[in-house]
Design a protein around this ligand. Structure first.
Ligand SMILES: [Zn+2]
Length: 299
């Protein structure tokens, strides 16, 4: 097993012996100190995804299944060695579709995949035949907030980014124009058409966020119902993979749909309060089109 991703509460592994054409990844919770606690969380998370999230995202949700991993597969994964000492149980994990672009050299270490751009909200990868966006759209729907929640939060914590993901919903032509440098121009037309299509993945997420709007709860204007609040916040913390092929095909999937711990409540309330009490000049409102920036893509 090879580590391919590490978050605050989980690791993602690739099985380097898997030669099947459809690759899978394994997501293991490291949120707690013992296997028993992590297995318990993974099971609750799995039930949450199946019962609450899947009916909302349907086919947009990345293919996944609950999987019991034997300990011997993890002997060389440094990140779980302490965890493995806590019990002899099998490790419950979520086995999911690998949405990354395939390595063009057949998987050898010197991959020809190129990272074209990278910030917190958007990563762009290309091969000779495909372009892949890895997008964290955050708060696409901010109407009830009164300002762009994503831009205002990014500005508050001094986080730089190329474009606000909301622009891909409100002004797709302008957003794609900014993203596609001259070397990516071959994808320009099909991506613009895709983001203009009302059935695209971001429009779908926008409508879901509108329906699951947490702002009244976060502002103490209505009683807090942790179950609906957690679902609303899951929908604001997903990752979207959009893959566009030179042949014109576009495929889009959503990942990172995990059950949020209820202990996050204080953090959510405090963050909303900080944002709401910022001076008006610090709140970002998308009123008019900004001028396209210079080419910020990496060479
Ligand atoms: Zn914005």
């Amino acid at each position: 097993m090879k580590l391919v991703g590490k978050g605050n509460a989980n690791i993602v592994l690739e099985d380097t012996n898997d030669n099947s054409p459809i690759k899978r990844l394994y997501r293991i919770s490291t949120r707690y100190n013992t296997i028993v606690e992590n297995n318990d969380y993974t099971l609750r998370n799995w039930n949450y995804i199946e019962q609450r999230i899947k009916p909302l995202l349907m086919d947009y949700l990345c293919g996944m299944e609950l999987y019991n991993m034997t300990r011997d597969k993890l002997y060389n994964v440094q990140e779980v060695q302490t965890l493995l000492q806590s019990s002899d149980d099998l490790i419950k994990c979520i086995k999911m579709e690998d949405l990354r672009l395939p390595a063009e050299d057949g998987g050898a270490s010197a991959s020809k995949n190129i990272t074209r751009y990278k910030d917190h909200y958007l990563k762009i990868y290309t091969t000779t035949s495909d372009i892949l966006f890895e997008l964290k759209p955050k708060w696409l729907y901010s109407v009830s907030v009164g300002y762009c929640r994503t831009c205002t939060h990014a500005t508050m914590i001094k986080r730089n980014f190329l474009i606000c993901p909301c622009l891909l919903v409100t002004d797709p032509a302008e957003a794609v124009e900014r993203i596609c440098s001259s070397s990516l121009n071959i994808y320009h037309k099909q991506l613009t058409e895709y983001f203009k299509d009302p059935s695209n993945i971001l429009q779908c997420l926008y409508r879901l966020q509108q329906k699951w709007d947490p702002i009244r709860q976060l502002r103490h204007q209505s009683p807090i119902d942790l179950n609906t609040l957690c679902t609303a916040m899951t929908l604001r913390d997903v990752t979207i993979f959009i893959r566009s092929s030179i042949s014109g095909q576009i495929a889009a999937r959503i990942v990172d749909v995990d059950l949020k711990p209820k202990s996050k409540l204080e953090h959510w309330l405090a963050t909303q309060n900080k944002l709401d009490t910022l001076p008006d000049a610090s709140k970002v409102i998308h009123i008019k089109k900004n001028k396209p920036r210079s080419n910020l893509l990496l060479p």
